[in-house]
Design a binder for this molecule. Sequence first.
Ligand SMILES: Cc1ncc(COP(=O)(O)O)c(C=O)c1O
Length: 338
Amino acid sequence: MIDFRSDTVTKPTKSMLAAMHAAPVGDDVFGEDPTVNELEKYSAGLFGMEAGLFCPSGTMTNQIAIRCHTKPGDEVICDALSHVYLYEGGGIAANSGVSVQLLPGHFGRITAEQVAGAINNPDDVHRPLSRLVSLENTANRGGGTCYNFNDFQAIKAVCSTNNLSLHLDGARLFNAIVAKKESPADYGTVFDSISVCLSKGLGAPVGSVLLGSQSFIQKARRIRKVFGGGMRQAGYIAAGALYAIQHHVTRLEQDHAHAARLVQALQQKDFVGMIPPVETNIILFEVKGRFTPKSLVATLASKGILTIAMSPTQVRIVTHLDITEEMVQQTIREIESL
Ligand SMILES: Cc1ncc(COP(=O)(O)O)c(C=O)c1O
């Protein structure tokens, strides 16, 4: 099977497994796991942040961040397609008692003007207190699209003026950094907190890190415990995450090149409609005419190619570490034959 459903399906490489096997470990709830400590320090340093917190999932890092930045009754501002809103099981309400103001973005990205227009008047007792802006880079449901860095700076300026915190869901942040040739350290100058997943394009089996100031991470550590995310000898999985962040970043270019070739083949087909600009490893395309998303997914599956229907009109293809050049060529041949 050629599995394009998600970049979360990757298996650890031999070298990654060797690093995991050799990892020195300790009890991380006591702060004594040297590998977890190294991962937290390394990733915080990379992004110009003071501290990091290793968590089992990107959902947990996002939800802890939202809980840390808000109080019950506050409001989070985000794009209507945000993962934090659409795909975290209503966690914003359940975990933090916070409401959400959804903005209609452009392929998953919102602007400083939209944010400014969405902030409630803090003197109006009828309205929730706007407290946090949450952005996503790359934007998954936007088709893996990337923000321009100056858009972040403009949004940060609005947040600073209005006393709002700024969080980044960076589940695929390294894809954006590689595609836009950015420096990770610049992100620390703009965001109050960043969630970075190691288990997506980077290919680690488990884990995300939450980054922020010392005091923010201290608070986050307490909330991680409350959410049941305090792990013991977590160094074994942190070693996979550390290996991923140290060895699998620049190769993301290959995934982007594979996606660019696949999209060219798709664009030739009459059953393919609108496709958001393919900037990274995600192709989210509309299906029309001869196929529905369901029938296209089934037809491709019968040829050994797994894709996923993301909505009643869209199918998603995601390239990743376990997709080889030969797999891309075979998929292009199959697409051409449809
Ligand atoms: C944009 C985005 N944020 C957060 C997550 C959550 O990550 P996890 O599956 O590790 O909880 C995902 C998962 O695919 C994602 O795509």
